[in-house]
Design a protein around this ligand. Sequence first.
Ligand code: HH2
Length: 267
Amino acid sequence: MIAGVVNVTPDSFSDGGMFLSPPAAIAHARQLLNDGADILDMGAESTRPGAEPVSADEEWSRLEPVLDGLRELRNEGAVISVDTTKLDVARRAVEAGAAIINDVSALRHDPGIAELAARTGVGLVLMHMRGTPRTMQENTRYGDVAGEVRSFLERALGQAVQAGCDPAQIAIDPGIGFGKDLAGNLELLARIGELADLGAPVWVGVSRKRFLGDLLGTPPDDRLAGTIAASLEAVRSGATAVRVHDVREMRHALTVARAIQGRREAA
Ligand code: HH2
């Protein structure tokens, strides 16, 4: 599956300010669905390294008009995910029709998100991050990055189930770029299968991220080919959903890769 990113923020690392106005965000969301997104992942607080947190009221005032403007598309079956760590925002988003809560703090910021998901039955994405966006790049050293991320996600999964969630509601995400260096990100992408072994679908978000710039020496607007390559590799390693800004190109790449994989399996 493809989750298309809609950042309703002034400061996201690759598209900050582009979709802050509700009409621009709504038009972008429609475009991503036409381009082949299965899910729209809407965020109103940047999580880039060093980003300043925003209040729940500010976050909601950015999201509300966009969710409202997408009501018709939702009625036609569009699946909306809201990228938030705040219970208050998550609750309002679910009331406004969001079907998935994408919590990049994996319940550390607001554990009540697990009860909300349990009570309402919405999907819940639990992502690994060290510390907070403000601090996460201060220490990117791990003994065994894949093992640590796996244990963290296993604990978070257990916490959500303890709070009443059905395991089938939950997806996990290694948090590419969230408190990891280049080697750590590559190691995680190569070892997604170990996370998939936990039994939950795995989301992976590599889109335009800094590790691609480290490899390619290019700015965020020139990391598309790298994004596609890394996303395909993640799928090959066991990821079920890729979170990207460039949905059309990702859809084309997945269609071609899947056709070849189908041949390989038939041979
Ligand atoms: N990455 C970003 C934000 N949310 N959620 C999940 N589950 N996985 C990710 O890898 C992930 C995420 C960062 O990307 P972006 O939204 O483009 O930037 P910003 O946080 O600056 O808005």
